[in-house]
Design a protein around this ligand. Structure first.
Ligand code: F0G
Length: 478
């Protein structure tokens, strides 16, 4: 790890870099060199941002200028849906950039889902991040974290994960051979699609007797002790890559700003990154308004919802009510409460980016909602019926949009973009259990979590091994 440099309130005077790191706490504001490896401020322990001296960066004068980058797509850096926007995350020299072709994702207009949500046809879009090479949005951030890790000369990278971060880290490690991957997972808490990726890609897989929140605490300790580069979204460089999801949404909408971005909330990296993306674009004069942000928790892992909507915690100019946050966590501990949802990707009670997310909610006039596992699975089936499969956590965005529409907060004519964070094949168990005819399987996987119905199930038709019976069944059901 690099040494601590003296901190101040300004960008480091000794560097010619456009980028630097800065503590998000305005009362601290400590500044670090871009090459330092930290996941928290040395002085006050708060989160860090990557910041830029935009006056010295060469940012295109219009967002539409980024379209010409696509013409240069033979260069891997311009093929990447992340690095195509390098000028908006200029922390790395181009020759250090790591890419495996991430970010070739789709914004799909989804009219059937619009009907389900209750907005007008043509107004609901699904941003399908399941199309990334490892099957989730994580690749947007991982290529950025890997790039920074490379800049700092790291040889090992670690994460705690509910599955997708580990799959992405394992993939970048295997493809690039730049770093050895070490992943921490909670026992029995990771969907098979994700675990299979980490194992096959050769990551050192450490299974902790505990859940994600426990694994997160441990990986922070271990990476500090052993000097291993940490790639969880507490790493500010991860979030720089994830900003580009919003750039691609804008690009697909012809650079028009939608009314709503709806995103599932787990460790709150995406929501934080999206808020940062919009405030930077606005400050740079590249957009004239900022969309509203809705962050959707699973009801069984709803810390953000409880704090924001029930206890009124706000960003408050960088000084949120830490007492209220601490009290909430103490209450969870007193009840030995553990996160519990079928949306295992967001089964998180102690989101590391909580404060940054509060800032994003402020910037984007955000709201937070919680949805049940029943609502998540029904929304997932509706998304899947449109041919774009997502994993349960992703469908929380659609379930949340439906709830906000029912509450009248989203209007029928609003233009709404729901982020589908991960691919359906990540968690086949949840999907099969929803559509199954096997009541035992349904009860075991879903009934135990309070799911009672599978209203949109597409059930297999059981027939004897007999030609006439098969033909009869097909004529009856098709
Ligand atoms: N959706 C999926 C599919 C995820 O894998 C995650 C997070 C989230 C949503 C939540 O995103 O943390 O930015 O709020 N998965 C992490 C992991 C925690 O370890 O793979 P967030």
């Amino acid at each position: 790890m690099a040494d601590t440099k003296p901190v101040g309130h300004k960008r480091p005077p000794h560097t010619t870099d456009v980028a630097y790191q800065q503590c998000i706490n305005p009362l601290c504001g400590a500044v670090l060199d871009v090459r330092q490896v930290r996941t928290a401020c040395d002085r006050c322990g708060d989160l860090l941002d990557v910041q830029y001296d935009w006056d010295r960066a060469s940012v295109p004068s219009r967002l539409a200028d980024f379209e010409r980058m696509w013409a240069e797509r033979r260069a891997p850096m311009r093929f990447s849906g992340v690095w195509r926007f390098h000028e908006l995350l200029p922390f790395a020299p181009p020759d250090q950039v790591v890419t495996v072709g991430e970010g070739q994702t789709l914004l799909q207009q989804a009219d059937a889902v619009a009907q389900y949500v209750g907005v007008r046809a043509g107004r609901l879009y699904l941003q399908y991040e399941g199309m990334n090479p490892s099957g989730s949005f994580k690749d947007n951030g991982m290529c950025a974290a890997f790039t920074h890790a490379r800049m700092t000369g790291a040889s090992r990278a670690a994460c705690a994960s509910t599955g997708n971060t580990s799959a992405s880290l394992a993939m970048y490690s295997a493809v690039t051979r730049l770093m050895k991957a070490v992943i921490f997972i909670g026992s029995g808490k990771i969907a098979y699609g994700k675990l299979s990726q980490a194992l096959e890609f050769g990551a050192l897989t450490v299974q902790i007797a505990g859940d994600f929140d426990d694994a997160m605490v441990r990986v922070r300790e271990v990476s500090k002790d052993l000097g291993i580069y940490l790639v969880n979204s507490i790493n500010p460089f991860r979030l720089e890559g994830q900003k580009t999801i919003m750039f691609r949404v804008l690009e697909a909408l012809g650079w028009e700003v939608p009314d709503w971005i709806v995103v599932p909330g787990g460790n709150l990296g995406n929501s934080s990154a999206f808020g940062k993306a919009f405030s930077e674009l606005h400050a740079l004069g590249l957009i004239d308004r900022i969309p509203r942000l809705a962050v959707i928790n699973a009801a069984g892992a709803d810390t953000l919802y409880q704090l924001v909507e029930r206890r009124g915690v706000r960003w408050n100019d960088g000084c949120p009510d830490m007492q209220a946050i601490g009290d909430y966590y103490r209450e969870l501990d007193a009840r030995s409460a553990k996160a519990d949802t079928i949306a295992s990707a967001i089964e998180i009670n102690r989101p590391v980016n909580l404060k940054k997310c509060l800032r994003a909610l402020e910037v984007c006039q955000g709201v937070v909602r919680r949805v049940s596992d029943q609502e998540i699975l029904d929304a997932k089936a509706q998304v899947g019926a449109g041919g774009i499969g997502c994993e349960p956590a992703s469908a929380a965005s659609v379930a949340g949009a439906k709830l906000l529409r029912e509450e009248g907060i989203i209007e029928p004519g609003d233009r709404v973009v729901c982020i589908l964070t991960g691919h359906q094949l990540k968690d086949p168990t949840a999907t099969v259990a929803y559509h199954t005819t096997d009541q035992d399987l349904f009860n075991e996987v879903l009934g135990s979590r309070g799911v009672r119905r599978a209203s949109f199930a597409n059930r297999a038709v059981a027939v004897p091994n007999d030609l006439e019976a098969i033909i009869r069944a097909i004529q009856l059901y098709s």
